[in-house]
Design a protein around this ligand. Sequence first.
Ligand code: NAI
Length: 333
Amino acid sequence: MRHTVTLLPGDGIGPEVADATVRVIEATGVKIEWEKMEAGAEVATKYGTPVPDEVINSIVKNRIALKGPLATPIGGGFASANVALRKRLNLYANVRPVKSHPGVKSRFENVDLVVVRENSEDLYSGLEHIVVPGVVESIKVITETACMRIGRYAFLYASKNGRKKVTSVHKANIMKLADGLFLECLRRCAREFPEIAYDEMIVDNTCQQMVMRPEQFDVMVMENLYGDILSDLASGLIGGLGLTPSANMGEGGIALFEAVHGTAPDIAGRGLANPIALMLSSALMLKHLGEDRAGHQIEGAIEKVLAAGTTLTGDLGGTATTTQITDAIIAGL
Ligand code: NAI
């Protein structure tokens, strides 16, 4: 069977890791017709928007996309292309599995958790204004609909993937109404899934617990901002952003797969990027497409290369280039 997938190589190291990932998928023998689209900083300069309508139309038509990172200017300029994509496609659940890899030097060897991040609201609503000069208001929006939707997603994910526990991460001691609503919804979801254990943890304590005893966590569900921060923290527990995949899942079966990391401007264009995070994202994508064998094959080949430890990129303590590690992974398929 041939699949058609929208490919967004993105900015910075995006094109390098996207090329490497396409090579690995081709080597599995799965037939994919790539509909290559441009989005991101350069596109914003050319067309005035980082996400042109044709990109959205392509993803809506194909229902599936693989995406490299997109740059967002800090403190001004155009609004985040990632947030725009997630909003326009209603990609409400961002699923970020974080697992220790044998052979990778990191602080822990026993991490196996999944961050389920609400992707559509919270402080990412983009509602900011200057009240008077020197006073800015950023509006945090939390709705029952979005909390119930992400809660059910987290419990269903746990149930389908043999996971035992869901932990809600919150700050309801301070944001009694907003995070209070989130918790109230999660408790309702927990009652719908009595076979899955449920607990709650305040976000600051969660950070401490994650760096002290990460093995206690299984599925973790949280609002958008906490999910953004805690998933990078979780990546750091297992060897860094070069190893962490993600899936953005929407209503109506639209799914967009991307690495957790950004455009890595400090190493872009030098052939030094670690392509594994996007390759692992593509393995999630292949499984979503029903190509389980190819997905497992890519994950297995990556594990072999990491365990051997001889062909690793700089972020993992090695000296290999993007091409060299990609060749090693293809050889290990
Ligand atoms: P970043 O993730 O791009 O980089 C953080 C650090 O990790 C850098 O030292 C970088 O070299 C390293 N790193 C990241 N990915 C790597 C890889 N695959 N291989 C080796 N090293 C890697 O985060 P930063 O610097 O905060 O953001 C840069 C830009 O990326 C910003 O414009 C930001 O908005 C954007 N961004 C985009 C995301 C997306 O498209 N989903 C996610 C996060 C950031």
